[in-house]
Each structure stands twice: as structure tokens, then as C-alpha cells.
Design a protein around this ligand. Structure first.
Ligand code: DQA
Length: 141
């Protein structure tokens, strides 16, 4: 599970859009669901594009799927898209908010074109649905 820039501020950051849930609570719920599904989840947050890319590259061969909320980089980063495409595993794009009913610049995702699918608009449930999709894909379905 990759968390992009500014998501470390969840809880405080624009709560009218992102709610009051913290990143630690999201990670706790992901870990609990992973245990229920019988899979292992690693979570990583960075505000730095290069660190996210390094993490994707260092996970090569060790992971079966990537769930990613690339936050602002969703709309700008060719380099992150390329790293995800090169990972060789299914990518599930998630967002807390429904990016399609927000500002126009959020309607374009550079990740969507290389992702298996996108889940947005359901708050923390976007992440949990994303993990369910990742587990199903990793199991071959
Ligand atoms: C976001 C949506 C992005 O447009 C924004 O830049 C974020 C969060 C979301 O989860 O709704 O930082 O990815």
C-alpha cells in the first residue's frame, strides 16, 4: 500500500473533503482486513516522488499487487506511472474523495491507464475495497 504526499496529514487536512480519519487508522484497518483475508500488507507513505519510486522498485519480485493513493502525484507524475507499470504486478488506484466530481485537473489520472482499476469516493472504504481487489488478483482471480 503506497500513500502519496500530504496523506500523512489526514485527520487535520481539509476534513470536509477527506474526513477525520488518520493515516495510522487507515493502516490499522488495512492490516486487520489483510489478516482476515489471509494476506500480508506493507504500507508506506512519502511526500517525495523519488522515495515512492524507490519503494516500488525495491518491492520487485516480492509483492503480488500494489494498492496506491498517489494523491497529488496522480495527476502529474509520469515517473510514478512508469514505476508502477514496470512493477509487473496489478495496480489498484484508490482515492478517498471522488476525484471526478472535484476540480477539472483532478479528473485526469496518469495512473488509471496502467491500473487494473480505480476506486474513489468511499473514504477509508476505497482502501479496503482496493485491498480486497488486490488480494483477489494476487490469488489469481
Ligand atoms: C486524493 C485526491 C487527490 O486529487 C488529492 O491531490 C489528494 C488526495 C484522494 O484520496 O481523494 O491528495 O488522492
Amino acid at each position: 500500500m503506497l500513500h502519496g504526499p500530504n496523506l500523512n496529514l489526514l485527520g487535520d487536512r481539509e476534513p470536509e473533503i477527506y474526513g477525520r480519519i488518520t493515516l495510522a487508522e487507515i493502516d490499522r484497518r488495512l492490516t486487520a482486513l489483510a489478516a482476515e483475508l489471509g494476506v500480508h500488507v506493507e504500507t508506506f507513505q512519502s511526500n517525495h516522488e523519488g522515495e515512492l519510486i524507490d519503494r516500488i522498485q525495491s518491492a520487485r519480485g516480492r509483492i503480488s499487487a500494489i494498492v496506491v493513493n498517489a494523491a497529488g502525484y496522480t495527476h502529474t507524475s509520469v515517473a510514478l506511472r512508469d514505476a508502477l507499470a514496470a512493477s509487473g504486478v496489478p495496480v489498484i488506484e484508490v482515492h478517498l474523495s471522488n476525484v471526478h466530481r472535484r476540480e477539472r485537473f483532478r479528473h485526469r489520472s496518469l495512473i488509471a491507464g496502467i491500473a487494473t482499476g480505480q476506486i474513489c469516493g468511499f473514504g477509508v472504504d476505497s482502501y479496503l475495497l482496493g485491498l480486497r481487489a488486490a488480494a483477489a488478483l494476487a490469488a489469481g482471480g
